[in-house]
Design a protein around this ligand. Sequence first.
Ligand SMILES: Nc1ncnc2c1ncn2[C@@H]1O[C@H](COP(=O)(O)OP(=O)(O)OP(=O)(O)O)[C@@H](O)[C@H]1O
Ligand SMILES: [Mg+2]
Length: 256
Amino acid sequence: MSDALLIADAVSKKFGGVQAVDRVSIEVASGSIHAVIGPNGAGKTTFFNTLSGFFFPDSGTVWFDGVDITNETNWRRIKRGMSRTFQTPSIFPELSVYENLLIGTQAKRGVAFRLNSPSAKARGEIDARVDELLGFVGLAAAKSRTVSELSHGSQRLVEIAMSLSTEPKLVLLDEPMAGLAEAETDRVIAVIRDLHERLGLTVVFVEHNMRVVLSLAHRITVLDRGRLLAEGTPAEIAADEAVRDAYLGKEVIDHV
Ligand SMILES: Nc1ncnc2c1ncn2[C@@H]1O[C@H](COP(=O)(O)OP(=O)(O)OP(=O)(O)O)[C@@H](O)[C@H]1O
Ligand SMILES: [Mg+2]
């Protein structure tokens, strides 16, 4: 019996004439950090979308926690314990950090969403949970700030905190460090590491920066033009000739 929390077997997805994902398989071990890398247009986001239920694959199978979820809606998957962030931030910039977190936390409880008037009974529990999530990502002091005023790195952390508000077992992060300066990248790295070390969650993330990928991931899946190019440990991927030729360039890996 495999200890994989998430398995995709030969998943394919086509858009018109573009075979965006072509028979890609992955096995994500429970409690691990797994990176998905590859050049622009390799199919990483599309693959994520088939895992999270944002798109259904044309063929192939996805299992989560031993259950075939291939044709389940995104909402069902969230209820099973799957959560994701998007390559384009999906937070509410004009709302406060607290209000953003309130949205996810209320949704999890099945409370009808009312920004200003959650029931008094639920309010205390929800506030405690929001404080816990903000503390976890190091944003307790920013609770009342409007999200658009925060740095990009802090906005990414709000998004990660929101993804935790549904109490997931698995978090899918699509380029959580994209466009961040190095110091901010390090904050996000630390939080992702904590998802694994402190919360015991399983993390799958897409990232272009090889320094980040090789330091954070336990296993790496490499996509290229919709196909699975390689899969292995950071050391195996760094040494893989096909990966170096197709994507990374020797100089990138030699500097890690
Ligand atoms: N909704 C869509 N409709 C049509 N084509 C799409 C759609 N989404 C993605 N594609 C195409 O599928 C291919 C894979 O795109 P995808 O966004 O999955 O790649 P990616 O690896 O995430 O790239 P990036 O690193 O730029 O984020 C590309 O050729 C893209 O143009
Ligand atoms: Mg993408």
